[in-house]
Design a protein. Structure first.
Length: 508
């Protein structure tokens, strides 16, 4: 590949990550504040109750949506691309009709399974009223998710970014007084109000572009089912892994609650909040551009697709590894700032999860090959069934034998297994292998992160933090130099300065 084109590819990857990650960063900051305040007000047991209720709601929403929130984006986008206002309005109405049906289904499922979920989550029916009231939160959240799909299909990213920041911020301002006054009993009402604000903001913004230009005709069930059947079938295939992942998370937290305590659930949730949430943000931002580009390459230009996956692997390692090492270095400080000193017991778990995130970063580009090629068997058996069963089995086993710290050991072991499986299967099934540059970079990053991780357990505090600080600083400098070698940051900065100077001249 020509150096200019290669540099352009790296620049595009970094640019898309910055663009699509901006709004999510603000959302994460809101979640940080919420997590800190909830930890202070409700403490570990309250955070555990919130985790179980949230995971239960997410599971029910995934079942009720049947993938509409993913597949509808495709249909709305195609209708929007055609430029026919009537077709667009009809498509949006059909999507909203399906979403309404999914919302009602979610409400009914929550009411029916409330006794079972209360028993599974808390080994008691004392929390049955919480789950009955949760049905309203599920209904509203599904409606809001449907409107988000409409916004994505219309490609109104600025409005979508607005709706991703302002409503959660307003919900936070409303929910915190509720937690303070009602305690644990205010968790579900706060979820309902937050979801309602989000739905209203989404609906108002999406309606501005999708409202009909003439009097609407009544939709028949045949018309809804005719297009809706395709949307549902496509969505179910793409979201099966997400559904199983949500079930696994819920089952794991319920297992920890029943085997150990609700406090341990709160500790586990807090460790995930500090580690995987921020790493997942980077993955989500990258996938927004990476997935469609990879899909266009794997059909006819597989060799170029393999190079593209290697390039993405290099970029994600250069971004995630320094962040993971910073997480390992500052784990006690992060816990003190984001939570309370009560949660310092999870510092070991956070460090294990920080190292595990590097292996997750390595798997991220490889695993998308199956989705880009539409390999349903791989997605079903490897990504969905094997991946989730393995995660639950490994983490729960370590928890049984090692207690709270076993959750960290389990997370690292699970990530290592994922890497081995992905490397073997993607090479056997798609002919993919890491390039020499990727292997060289991976070796350096694993060496630095391993030294930093092991130094965290050195008894002498000065020696421990001295080694962690030195290796983390070296990794940050090394990553910047490697990014510069791939992107030519000086020319990017010079281009920005020239454009800024040109804009000032035009204003003058």
């Amino acid at each position: 590949m020509e150096p200019t084109k290669r540099t352009s590819n790296y620049r595009r990857m970094m640019s898309s990550t910055a663009i699509f990650g901006g709004a999510q960063v603000m959302n994460v900051l809101i979640n940080i504040v919420r997590g800190k305040l909830v930890a202070v007000i409700l403490q570990a047991s309250g955070l555990g109750v919130m985790s179980l209720l949230t995971n239960a709601a997410n599971t029910l929403q995934q079942f009720a949506l049947l993938g509409i929130n993913i597949s509808a984006v495709r249909n709305v986008s195609q209708a929007n691309e055609n430029g026919n206002a009537e077709t667009l309005a009809l498509t949006v109405r059909i999507v909203r009709a399906l979403v309404l049906g999914a919302s009602l289904l979610g409400l009914v499922l929550t009411l029916v399974f409330s006794p079972l979920m209360s028993q599974m989550s808390f080994d008691s029916l004392d929390y049955l009223p919480y789950f009955l009231l949760l049905s309203l939160a599920v209904f509203i959240n599904v409606m809001g998710t449907g409107e988000m799909a409409v916004m994505q299909g219309l490609r109104r990213y600025k409005r979508l970014a607005f709706c991703s920041i302002v409503p959660p911020a307003c919900g936070l301002l409303i929910s915190i007084p509720i937690y303070y006054i009602w305690g644990v009993q205010g968790i579900v009402p706060a979820m309902i109000l937050t979801g309602l604000i989000y739905y209203i903001a989404m609906r108002l913004n999406s309606y501005r572009d999708s409202r009909p230009r003439q009097q609407r005709q009544r939709l028949s069930f045949k018309a809804i089912w005719g297009q809706g059947q395709e949307i549902i079938q496509f969505g179910m295939i793409m979201t099966l892994g997400s559904i199983l992942g949500t079930i696994t998370t819920y089952a794991l937290t319920a297992f920890i609650s029943n085997t150990g305590s609700i406090q341990d659930v709160g500790f586990y949730q807090a460790a995930n909040l500090i580690t995987m949430q921020y790493i997942s943000l980077i993955f989500t931002a990258m996938a927004t551009d990476f997935y469609p580009r990879l899909s266009s390459l794997v059909q006819q230009r597989m060799s170029e697709a393999r190079r593209f996956v290697n390039q993405q692997t290099e970029i994600v390692l250069l971004i995630v590894t320094p962040l993971s090492m910073l997480m390992i270095l500052t784990a006690p400080l992060l816990i003190m700032l984001l939570l309370t000193n009560e949660f310092q017991t999870i510092s070991t778990i956070v460090r294990f999860m920080g190292l595990a995130s590097i292996f997750k970063a390595l798997c991220f580009p490889m695993d998308y090959i199956a989705y880009a090629k539409g390999d349903k068997n791989y997605i079903l058996w490897v990504e969905s069934i094997w991946g989730n069963v393995k995660t639950f089995t490994v983490i729960s086993t370590f928890y049984i034998f090692m207690g709270l710290d076993g959750l960290g050991y389990g997370a690292l072991c699970s990530a290592l297994i994922d890497v081995v499986v992905s490397l073997i299967l993607t090479r056997w099934r798609y002919g993919f292998r890491l390039s020499a540059d990727s292997v060289q970079l991976l070796t350096m990053m694993l060496a630095l992160s391993s030294v930093c991780f092991l130094a965290a357990f050195v008894p002498n505090v000065w020696v421990s933090y001295g080694i962690m600080s030195a290796t983390t600083l070296f990794c940050c400098v090394y990553s910047i130099r490697q990014i510069d070698r791939r992107m030519d940051l000086r020319s990017v900065w010079q281009r920005y300065k020239n454009r800024h100077h040109h804009e000032e001249e035009e204003k003058a």
